[in-house]
Design a binder for this molecule. Structure first.
Ligand code: L34
Length: 291
């Protein structure tokens, strides 16, 4: 292994300390950041992520509520639940964990969240603000990727960033964040997806390769330029450990790619813990803007 690890867990711990300092300041003004996480159904991966979000909120001294909702909830009832928290003055951030059951229109639910409480950054108002370079809640995973680059000293300015994947949660927003005329951005961005011709031609040209394909080994060593920085957003379950934990790999063929890259993120312990941390950051910022 020659690549240096970008340890998301360590960077997350540092940022959580910074957040804690700000939470303590807010508490002197009698403001406690409030977060509600809404989990519909019992997908084991979603349960694991939401549990981690609640744990982080608790450790930071947030007021946090966990709503575990049966998968059979109607769309109307879910919209009413969102509205309840839109009107709750103790709640600064509302997170509806995705994916939702098929009978519920995800976009209808996301648009129902008050944009000022949209700490996930998925409301079209926040997406529009992000794209046009206005202050906005940035979606947590793309925000995490940007912070990991900045805090490990990776220069994005003028770099060729290649993104593999075009989801609304990762690919599209991370590309938009990194093309902004702003510090920690100013990159030239190429987005590859399932209809891209000769993907390896593009990925081999990347100074920074961000992989969010949702496919094991979507990126192999022959697709990476020597010295590139590789950010692996994938979380794929390949089994269970004896202690009942999910056994995970990313989208990148980690062993061989880490012989070629200059820096690489591990899975687990990479982007995942940072995603949760940036949700805490957004919730803090929402509380700081409380009127
Ligand atoms: N609304 N839905 C909404 N917001 C989000 O930001 C998410 N996402 C994605 C799925 N749905 C969402 C998450 O929270 C993915 N995601 C997420 C969050 C945390 C982790 C991975 C994905 C994470 O903590 N991963 C750990 C391993 C955790 C485990 O064992 O399951 C890691 O070290 O990578």
């Amino acid at each position: 292994m020659t690549a240096e690890l970008i340890k998301g867990k360590d960077i997350a711990a540092l940022i959580r300390q910074e957040i804690k300092t700000e939470v303590d300041k807010l508490k002197t003004k009698n403001i406690i950041p409030g977060l509600v996480t809404i989990l519909v159904g019992a997908d084991p991966a979603s349960e694991s992520y939401v549990r981690a979000k609640q744990k982080a909120a608790h450790e930071l001294g947030f007021h946090s509520i966990q709503e575990n909702i049966d998968a059979s909830i109607s769309e109307a009832d879910l919209l009413a639940l969102v509205e309840k928290y839109n009107n709750d003055p103790t709640i600064d951030g509302i997170l509806v964990q995705l994916p939702l059951p098929k009978h519920i229109d995800e976009s209808k639910v996301l648009i129902a969240i008050n944009p000022d409480k949209d700490v996930d950054g998925f409301h079209p108002v926040n997406v529009g603000r992000m794209v046009t370079g206005q202050p906005a809640f940035l979606p947590c995973t793309p925000y995490a990727v940007q912070q990991m680059l900045i805090r490990s000293g990776v220069q994005t300015e003028g770099a060729h960033v290649v993104v593999v994947g075009r989801s609304n949660i990762v690919g599209k927003p991370v590309a938009n964040i990194l093309i902004q005329k702003a510090a920690g951005a100013n990159a030239t961005v190429t987005v590859c997806h399932t209809r891209t011709k000769d993907m390896a031609k593009h990925t081999r040209d990347a100074d920074i390769l961000i992989v969010a394909a949702g496919v094991i080994n979507a990126v192999t060593a022959d697709m990476v330029k020597p010295g590139a920085v590789v950010i692996d957003v994938g979380v794929n379950q390949i089994g269970m450990t004896e202690s009942g934990k999910r056994k995970l790999v990313g989208d990148v063929d980690f062993g061989p790619v880490s012989e070629i890259a200059s820096k690489i993120t591990p899975v687990p312990g990479g982007v995942g813990p940072m995603t949760i941390t940036m949700l805490m950051q957004n919730t803090l910022e929402a509380a700081q803007k409380r009127k």
